[in-house]
Design a protein around this ligand. Structure first.
Ligand code: AMP
Ligand code: FE
Ligand code: FE
Ligand code: ZN
Length: 294
């Protein structure tokens, strides 16, 4: 039977709500054979996830999801098989994680000015020590307070970037710099969910088709190796365009769930998967850390 490959999963090391071990157990239960942990701006879950994969008989793929900026928008860059001790990687990820603390507390204080009960202490009670901080933790606190019915509703009603009463940005490298860091760390850079409805990036309506193609081409020139085409949040039109762009530039195509744990986004591991031939290209290109084959 064909291998089921999910290369984008989150744990309590960033904004997921399940430990790396639990995430891999859920992936196993969903029939996944090859799994990558890709927490935001950190590799701190790798050892635990690698051990869980070994115990469960799954192939382990090391990964990270870098926060990045593109023309002022927040975007994400997946890096597979990076060296976790690369100095540039540690510096860029560390700067982002540090600034996320300031940004998190600023957003919490702004919301708390309007909504009683959302103190820093209360919101931090939903946070795992050492994890990369993000808006999902604020969303969970808002659900717990009964302000909103779900994490998705918290994002729509309160935490969206368009809501300038509450939203605050944080430091992130440009995507060009993030690509450079991943390549320099021996990794394989894949643009995560590049064509979503709510998070604009290159899918801007003011750009012509050929301008969009050229912008992707410029990232390919910098070393971009792949596009996450099959992702729940890419629009149907976006998936078609991304597949065409991948063909034009001979890029790796991936598909992943971007699972964040129960009660978060409504996807399970394996909701979207990566073709074995595409995974082989990642495995062949990455030199910074080791896949552990089942
Ligand atoms: P941040 O990194 O703090 O800006 O928050 C972005 C993160 O929030 C993403 O990585 C997703 O995990 C999560 N997220 C964004 N939109 C939603 C949504 N509508 N529902 C659930 N989680 C979301
Ligand atoms: Fe996330
Ligand atoms: Fe992402
Ligand atoms: Zn993600």
């Amino acid at each position: 039977m064909a291998q089921r490959i999910d290369l984008h999963l989150h744990s309590t090391c960033s904004d997921g709500v399940e430990s790396p071990t639990h995430v891999m157990e859920v992936a196993k239960a969903q029939g996944i054979d090859v799994a990558a942990l890709t927490d935001h701006d950190t590799t701190s879950g790798w050892d635990e996830a690698r051990a869980a994969c070994a115990r469960l008989g799954m192939t382990w793929v090391p990964g990270i999801e870098f926060s990045a900026s593109l023309d002022g928008d927040s975007v994400h860059l997946l890096g597979y098989l990076v060296n976790p001790e690369d100095p540039d990687l540690l510096e860029e990820a560390g700067k982002t994680r540090d600034d996320r603390v300031w940004r998190f507390e600023t957003m919490v204080d702004k919301i708390n000015a309007d909504i009683d009960g959302l103190s820093r202490d209360f919101v931090y009670s939903f946070h795992t020590e050492g994890a990369t901080l993000g808006r999902p933790t604020i969303a969970r606190a808002l659900v717990d307070l009964g302000v909103v019915a779900s994490v998705s509703e918290a994002f729509e009603e309160i935490l969206a970037p368009e809501n300038d009463r509450y939203f605050v940005g944080h430091y992130a490298p440009t995507i060009e710099r993030a690509i450079e860091v991943v390549v320099g760390a021996g990794g394989v850079p894949v643009f995560a969910h590049p064509w979503t409805a709510d998070r604009a990036s290159l899918a801007r309506p003011d750009l012509t088709d050929s301008e969009i193609d050229a912008k992707f081409g410029a990232l390919v020139d910098r070393g971009l190796a792949g596009l996450e085409v099959h992702h729940e949040e890419n629009t149907p039109f976006g998936r078609e365009r991304l597949a065409a762009i991948a063909a034009q530039f001979d890029l790796i195509i991936t598909g992943s769930s971007d699972y964040h744990g129960e009660g978060m986004k409504p996807v399970l591991p394996g909701a979207h998967t990566t073709a074995p031939a595409m995974f082989e290209r990642i495995a062949a290109a990455g030199t910074g850390s080791e896949i552990v084959w089942a």
